[in-house]
Design a protein around this ligand. Structure first.
Ligand code: SF4
Length: 373
């Protein structure tokens, strides 16, 4: 519950908050002035005076979901080079998209990205809808992404809310309702701040402020452009906000992964079904952890030895996978499986959990590359 009704009303310019001096400028003006001087230079971001391209904004926002900016920066350029337009992405086979995505994690995003590109190319003539409502109709675009694209690419008065922005707003307005119950309240407060003009810059300024100044620990309040109207700072300890309801522990699953290695260095792989967890990605045979297959059934009758145990945390569960390793000189692959040369492993769409499993059995295997011919 909020401590007071202060939480639902933005402090106006000139209003005194606690012991803080009156703000010099309303939040949007102060924040935009700060953004003009301190904005982060990101590869997908339009330079000052340039217009943002909806395709680039969409691509970066999907990549940034649950992934760090530094990681996305590495993948974004490669992805854009390979798929420079939404039409090119729509025409590409899903397998190529997944291969280029491999390593970014949360592969449902890549499948939705591809599905979304196809809808935009086929049903919208290659142009993204320009409203939050229209964007939300597209595969893989939720509330945050729709608001971010609408604001940044189309200048709509929209307020994207992610963890960083929730933190800024909770502190600015001293919202003491714990998350996630506070979400609607924080969304309404954020929306109350969005200016009519430069809504896209304002959204990006909030993102930058949350990422660089109003950090989870030790926020840099001294240099914050909003420090003269921040109720959390006025109350004394903004770092305590936002409050969070205690988290339920993730369920734990266990399973077995079999890494079969041929004497020529090839590894036995297969492709997961299109639908479901890690759909369409490559894996070593595994079972017992995703509801598919009998955990006791190895893909080949070999002398398996235990190579170790790896752990991996998915969105909805934590996995402990026992890795078994065996060598063979058989050229035969069981139905639905294939032998892949070790030098080709880096170009397979292997999710991180499967890379971990292979590395546990054959250290360095997923990083060997075929020498240039
Ligand atoms: S003054 Fe401090 S707590 Fe308040 S918004 Fe700025 S950095 Fe965050």
């Amino acid at each position: 519950m909020s401590r007071t009704n202060l939480a639902v009303k933005a402090p106006a310019a000139g209003e005194t908050v606690g012991r803080m001096p009156a703000p010099k400028a309303p939040a949007p003006k102060a924040l935009l002035a700060w953004y003009d001087r301190h904005r982060r230079d990101l590869p997908w971001r339009a330079k000052p005076g340039e217009t943002s391209e909806p395709y680039k904004v969409w691509l970066s926002e999907i990549m940034l979901q649950q992934t760090r900016v530094e990681t996305v920066a590495r993948y974004y350029e490669v992805f854009l080079k390979k798929f420079p337009t939404v039409e090119k992405l729509a025409k590409a086979p899903l397998e190529n998209v997944l291969k280029t995505w491999a390593g970014l994690g949360y592969y449902a995003r890549a499948r939705n990205l591809h599905a979304c590109a196809r809808v935009v190319a086929r049903e919208h003539g290659g142009k993204f809808p320009g409203t939050e409502e229209g964007l939300r109709e597209l595969p893989g675009i939720g509330g945050y992404t729709a608001a971010a694209i609408a604001a940044i690419a189309f200048g709509r008065k929209a307020a994207p809310m992610d963890g960083n922005i929730e933190r800024v707003v909770a502190r600015l307005f001293q919202v003491e309702t714990p998350l996630p119950a506070a979400k609607p309240e924080l969304q309404a407060l954020a929306a109350s701040l969005v200016p009519l003009k430069r809504a896209g810059d304002f959204a990006q300024a909030m993102m930058d402020l949350g990422a660089t100044i109003c950090t989870p620990r030790r926020p840099h309040c001294l240099t914050c452009p909003l420090n003269d109207l921040c109720r959390g700072l006025a109350a004394g300890d903004p770092e305590l906000l936002p409050l969070r309801a205690p988290k339920a522990e993730k369920p734990r699953r266990t399973g077995i992964a079999w890494v079969a290695e041929r004497t020529d260095g090839s590894v036995l792989l297969r492709t997961r079904p299109e639908r479901g967890l890690l759909g369409g990605m490559t894996e070593v045979p595994s079972a017992g952890w995703d509801g598919r297959g009998d955990p006791g059934a190895a893909p080949l009758d070999l002398a398996w030895r235990r190579a170790g145990t790896i752990t991996h945390v998915f969105t909805h569960f934590a996995l402990e996978l026992e890795v078994r390793h065996a060598a063979t000189d058989s050229p035969v692959a069981p139905p639905g499986h294939r032998w892949v040369d070790a030098a080709d492993l880096p170009s397979e769409a292997l999710p991180t959990v499967m890379k971990k499993a292979i590395e546990a059995a054959i250290p360095g295997a997923t990083r060997r590359r075929r020498p240039a011919e």
